[in-house]
Design a protein around this ligand. Structure first.
Ligand SMILES: Cc1cc2nc3c(=O)[nH]c(=O)nc-3n(C[C@H](O)[C@H](O)[C@H](O)COP(=O)(O)O)c2cc1C
Length: 240
């Protein structure tokens, strides 16, 4: 393989946020999974597992996630009494990790910048709550993707299992891209565990860390958006 081929592949991957409904042929999916297993792992523990949904099962999950999202709108809008109401109704998001969290001050600008770029590409006007919520709803509907994975990592091996999971995720996305299959990680899915728990046998101790949409990108404007990939800054040495 030429180094240019690798550079091209790694630069061609981006998070697609609008997919056609075209299914991924089984042999293509098999190839992706078969390549993806060649990743490094902490002590080779590979303390992760993956659930893959397509077809009818995925449609059930799409509905279930949409319902969970809609039920949590009061919380997302920070309405008064929303937490208590959700608690009493047993409808508090049941994710294993706290996804909705405040970012450290120095990291916030990056997240705000990508958010702004995305909303512009999606045509969401500033301050338009309804349009914002519609965009967020598309996120829990997997942006229309025909295949979605849920990635679980072993709680007792954290943070190394999460690290391994990330390496696996990147291998999956590159193996997909090499076959013309686009992707978007879906961390938002980790807000709710219950929908995926109902569909798969998840071994004890494994915690939901992220989802991943796979499919074929449409030519929607949002898919033209590219995030910044700043150079990796090396730390300066201590002065002698
Ligand atoms: C673990 C993880 C979870 C993510 N979750 C979401 C998500 O829920 N929705 C979304 O639109 N993008 C999500 N992203 C995509 C990031 O926003 C994206 O990777 C980043 O902006 C860099 O852009 P790129 O992937 O196009 O290079 C996620 C990325 C990662 C690594």
């Amino acid at each position: 393989m030429h180094v240019e081929d690798f550079s091209k592949l790694v630069r061609s991957r981006y998070s697609a946020r609008d997919f056609t409904s075209d299914p991924i042929p089984p042999e293509v999916m098999d190839g992706i999974l078969d390549d993806a297993r060649y990743c490094a792992s902490w002590s080779n523990t590979r303390a992760y597992c993956v659930a893959l949904a397509q077809g009818e099962q995925l449609e059930r999950l799409r509905h279930a996630y949409t319902a969970a999202f809609d039920e949590s709108l009061g919380l997302q809008r920070k309405e008064r009494g929303a937490i208590l109401k959700a608690l009493l109704q047993g409808k508090l998001p049941d994710g294993d990790f706290k996804v909705w969290r405040e970012y450290p001050k120095e990291l916030k600008p990056r997240s705000q910048k990508v958010g702004k770029g995305l909303y512009t590409a999606m045509g969401v006007p500033r301050g338009d709550r309804v349009a914002r919520e519609a965009a967020a709803r598309r996120n829990v509907q997997f942006f229309g993707a025909p295949a979605v994975m849920w990635l679980f990592v072993h709680k007792r091996m954290l943070p190394f299992s999460a690290q391994d999971g990330g390496i696996l995720l990147q291998n999956i996305m590159l193996a997909a891209k090499a076959r013309g299959v686009d992707s978007c990680p879906l961390g938002t899915l980790a807000v709710w565990r219950n929908p995926v728990e109902k569909e798969f046998q998840i071994p004890q101790g494994y915690k939901l860390i992220t989802g991943l949409a796979l499919g074929y990108a449409t030519d929607a404007r949002v898919n033209e958006f590219r995030a910044e990939h700043p150079p990796i800054e090396l730390l300066p040495p201590r002065a002698a």
